[in-house]
Structures are given as structure tokens and as C-alpha cells.
Write a protein that binds this ligand. Structure first.
Ligand code: IPE
Ligand code: IPE
Ligand code: MG
Ligand code: MG
Ligand code: MG
Length: 289
């Protein structure tokens, strides 16, 4: 299956899972749809589907889980942008949710997407009970204290402090790496990957995950206008230590290139061709938003 087909299927499915609604609490759906639909790159659901496909699994069974992962990612972005966190006004080419809707709506739409993600997997009739429990476990673990949320609190606490490379690498692995690794693991679960193959998928995910956050740090200074709708780097305003503040754009880019190369080496040890996963790894270096 090609990338464009997968992306349009993901878009359709997200639209159907969080539909327009006329219930008395329809504002929740409008707010969630405002952030969820449209300009996201869909990296995580794309990785999940590409993994299932590469391993010879049935991708039809994977779309709901892929969308659930994108819901958790979108919720994390909505909350990440709030005034109490990164205080950003622009995301996915438009004003952030708390700028377009009341701030309470942004908090609640984030909560809603998080909750709906788990309901989506729990009620997915195409998967066995055992598989649903495994998928929910991976998604919860990678979103929680030992994953995205743990990383977010370390990131916030670190504002204004001078961090070591080791520290920053750990924060990046938690706040960004874990949800990307979750895409690989969830794909592996749906395709019945064995333990050795799962380890290779995880190692690819961790490598491109860190590379992804390094390029995010680079884009924050080199293309802030497109990313945040303002010239001044959001990370600079918030006094974040990043790969760029520690080593400069050029060395940070070299580090990202090395990580992507290593991630592709892990892929090559799998007994199947993985052209789409290779292509996705390359797009991490070439992206500019
Ligand atoms: C942005 O994620 C935040 C990070 C974890 C670096 P993406 O760059 O994947 O954001 P969207 O989904 O494409 O908007
Ligand atoms: C966000 O990192 C990571 C998560 C929310 C998990 P950033 O704060 O650097 O992401 P952007 O730059 O706002 O997209
Ligand atoms: Mg942040
Ligand atoms: Mg941010
Ligand atoms: Mg950033």
C-alpha cells in the first residue's frame, strides 16, 4: 500500500471517529475536530500502518488503533500549547485551540481525545480481547509517567536550567520518543511480531523518535515563522535547553542524520523489505515544519 492511500484513509477514519455532532455538548466535538483534522503530518499513525503492512499483517485491522494514537498525540499538542505550558499561539497552520476557543474548551477537548483514544481501541470489534489489552497497555505506558507525560513534566521543570546532553536526550526520549516507539510496537502487536522483531522495531522507533525531536528543535529556530507563526523561537522564549542550544544547528543535524542511519540499519535486520519505513525515516531529516 502506498503512503498517499494510507494517509487519506487515516484522515477519513479520524473524521468518522470524532464526527460533527448536534448533541448538547457538541462544542466538545467541534473543539476536538478543530485540532485533530487537517494539517497534521500523521507520522505516528502512518508508522503504525506501515509496520503492519511490512510485517504482512492485515492493515484493515490497524486503522482504529492508528487513529487512537493520533488522538493521544493531538491531545498532547493541545495541552503542550496552553498558556501554562509552552504558551504557543499557532499550530498546524492555524491559531492554537485555546486561541480559537475558550481555554477551558482546549483543556476539555484534550481530555476528550485522550479518553476517546482508549475507548476506540477497547471497542474495536476487529481485534481480539487479548490484542486490545496489549494495545491499550502499550499506548497507556508510552503516554504516562514513563512516557510522554513524564517527559513533559521534566521538560517544564527544566525551563531556565542548563541541562547536560544526557538529560536532554532522556527528556526527548520520554516526551517524543515514546509515542513514536508506541507506533512501532502497536503495529508489531497487530502483525503478531515475535520478540526479536519487536526489539528491532523499537530500536528503529527510538532512533527516529530522537531524530524527530532534534529536527523539531532545529525547526524551532530555523523556521519558527512557519511552525509558530512568529519570528522568535518558542523554545528561546521559554528558555529551553535543546540540541540546538547545546551544540548548534549543524552538529544537531549531524546527530539526527546518524540516528536515522542507525534506525535504518535496525530495519535491515528484519526479514522483510521495508521501503515505506525507510522512506519515513528519510522524511524526518527533510521536513521543514
Ligand atoms: C510535534 O509533533 C511535536 C513533537 C513531538 C516534536 P509533529 O511534528 O508530529 O506534529 P504534527 O502532528 O505534524 O502537527
Ligand atoms: C512536544 O515538544 C512534545 C510533546 C507534546 C509530547 P515541543 O513542545 O517541542 O513540541 P512543539 O515544538 O510545540 O511542536
Ligand atoms: Mg513543549
Ligand atoms: Mg511546544
Ligand atoms: Mg518544539
Amino acid at each position: 500500500v502506498d503512503k498517499a492511500t494510507i494517509l487519506s484513509r487515516i484522515e477519513e477514519k479520524l473524521d468518522a471517529l470524532i464526527p460533527e455532532s448536534s448533541v448538547p455538548y457538541r462544542a466538545l466535538f467541534s473543539a476536538a475536530r478543530y485540532s485533530l483534522l487537517g494539517a497534521g503530518k500523521r507520522l505516528r499513525p502512518l508508522l503504525l500502518i506501515a509496520t503492519v503492512d511490512a510485517l504482512g499483517g492485515d492493515i484493515e485491522r490497524a486503522f482504529k488503533s492508528a487513529c487512537a494514537l493520533e488522538m493521544v498525540h493531538t491531545y498532547s499538542m493541545i495541552h503542550d500549547d496552553l498558556p501554562c505550558m509552552d504558551d504557543d499561539d499557532f499550530r498546524r497552520n492555524k491559531p492554537t485551540l485555546h486561541k480559537a476557543f475558550p481555554e477551558a474548551h482546549a483543556v476539555l477537548a484534550g481530555d476528550f481525545l485522550l479518553t476517546q483514544a482508549f475507548l476506540t481501541i477497547a471497542t474495536d470489534g476487529m481485534l481480539s480481547d487479548e490484542m486490545r489489552i496489549k494495545l491499550i497497555t502499550v499506548l497507556a505506558a508510552s503516554s504516562g509517567s514513563e512516557g510522554m507525560i513524564g517527559g513533559q513534566i521534566m521538560d517544564i521543570e527544566a525551563e531556565g536550567l542548563q541541562l547536560s546532553l544526557q538529560n536532554i536526550e532522556m527528556i526527548h526520549a520520554y516526551k517524543t520518543g515514546q509515542l513514536i516507539t508506541a507506533a512501532m510496537e502497536m503495529g508489531g502487536i497487530i502483525a503478531h511480531a515475535n520478540a526479536a522483531h519487536m526489539q528491532l522495531l523499537r530500536s528503529y522507533g527510538a532512533g527516529i523518535g530522537l531524530a524527530f525531536q532534534i529536527t523539531d528543535d532545529i525547526i524551532d529556530v530555523t523556521n519558527s515563522e512557519q511552525k509558530h507563526g512568529r519570528k522568535l523561537s518558542s523554545d528561546a522564549i521559554n528558555n529551553k535547553t535543546t540540541y540546538v542550544t547545546l551544540m548548534g544547528v549543524d552538529v544537531a543535524l549531524q546527530k539526527a542524520q546518524k540516528l536515522v542511519l542507525e534506525a535504518k540499519c535496525a530495519l535491515e535486520q528484519l526479514p522483510w523489505p521495508t521501503p515505506l519505513l525507510h522512506e519515513i525515516a528519510d522524511t524526518i531529516l527533510s521536513r521543514n515544519h
